[in-house]
Design a protein around this ligand. Sequence first.
Ligand SMILES: [Zn+2]
Length: 505
Amino acid sequence: MNAAPHIGFAYELVLADVIARYHRGLKEETFFLTGADEHGDKIARASKKEGLAPQDFVDRNAILFQALIKKLRISNDLFIRTSDKKHHWLGAMNLWSEIEKAGDIYRGKYEGFYCVGCEAFITEKELVDGKCPTHNTAPESIKEENYFFKLSKYAPELKSILQSGKLKIIPESKINEMIALIDAGLDDVSISRPEGAIPWGIPVPNDSSQLMYVWCDALSNYISALGYGRVDDENFKKFWPADVQVIGKDIVRFHSILWPAFLLSAKIPLPKELLVHGFVISGGKKMSKSLGNVLDPNEFIDAYGGDALRYYFSREVSTTEDWDLTREKFKETYNANLANGLGNLVSRTLKMAEQYWGGKVSGDASSVPPIRTRITETETLRDLGGFNIPYLVTNNIFPRYHEHMRANEINRGGDVVWELISYLDQFIADYEPFKLVKTDKTLAEKTVWGILYGLQAVSEMITPMMPSTAEKMDILLGPKVKVDSKGDFTFSVTVPKEPLFMRKQ
Ligand SMILES: [Zn+2]
């Protein structure tokens, strides 16, 4: 919240949104939370620079985040702000009190380094050439009286929950990294700062001379948002523990060590999974203001539409790895996969349906040709020789798509969708229904009906990824009229007035 939303945050929002929409589509009850961590030194300093009070500063930036959420059609149930006294503070303070009751908080003197960028105390052995390796800045020396949390006490239990998979981390490589940190020894951590040191935060219960350390405050948002610590805690009872928490790779340590330790202390169940995504780079370089390669998500949304950016995030970004984005690369993949790919396929097919059958195309889903459901590494869908697209969709495409989506491998789910799209393109090239219609109109209708059936499956699968495009496709593909008991039906389609995706020069 110390600046306008970055393209990396747009990515994180879309990733979480695709997961939430996918599960909602399966009729699973879903609660999707996002929000903003608004306290801490970093925010206080950034607001001072602009001559604003911290609250006014975060209120102003919150509008930018909300606008982005709306533009991208993010379906979050709640946007929690940690400066929200009514919805967040009580939960955060309640968590503190529970930890205190467990005997895990004591007063002590802290003397050491603090990195404002990390909002974290940093030890001498973590420094590289005297600087924080993440921010490349020298930390500040601090000497103050704070409250400490007995993190060291939880080291064995934390190790066992990570080893046993009780708290799953994707990618798994992070588990070993975290276990190595635990094995190197966990010190107790300072979880408050004197009020004078950070003028902006939640007071420690029963000691207003101290404010909660920002991570202690921020992490509790996951439960405060659900009503933890309040009378109206139905959502907390219903939805906690979280099935998945989607985070960036720079904050794994806080989420897989500090956060579970707080919960263990307060006897609150742990989230089930941490999905850790990578960082965005641009043209091979980390985005930074000084390099002038910072990309604003709004630029892409305004030029290409929200679904185009959602497509990029859902298909072109490998969830757990760092990813690259440049304007050139974006345009190239947009033209190839949306304008020429999906958009062109939809236009061509609907035009054929209109031209030869007046928009009403009947088909037969019951004949099952001898196709195999599994394909080997080197085979393509085309090698299966499947003429029966319903059979192919049901037995090959859908199972693989759902396998990836259930595992939160969103880009691999996206790959399956585009595999079907290129198969349908190939199908037109192989059977040439536009020629076939002159010699065998019935067979030509079967092929076009098959492609329409495939497009309907595409629309269903892209619903979590590109909701607006899926809605448009559903309207174009029209209501399906059942013609007999075998499940055969007639499409009644409309030709779009303009392409789904305009080609960009
Ligand atoms: Zn740092």
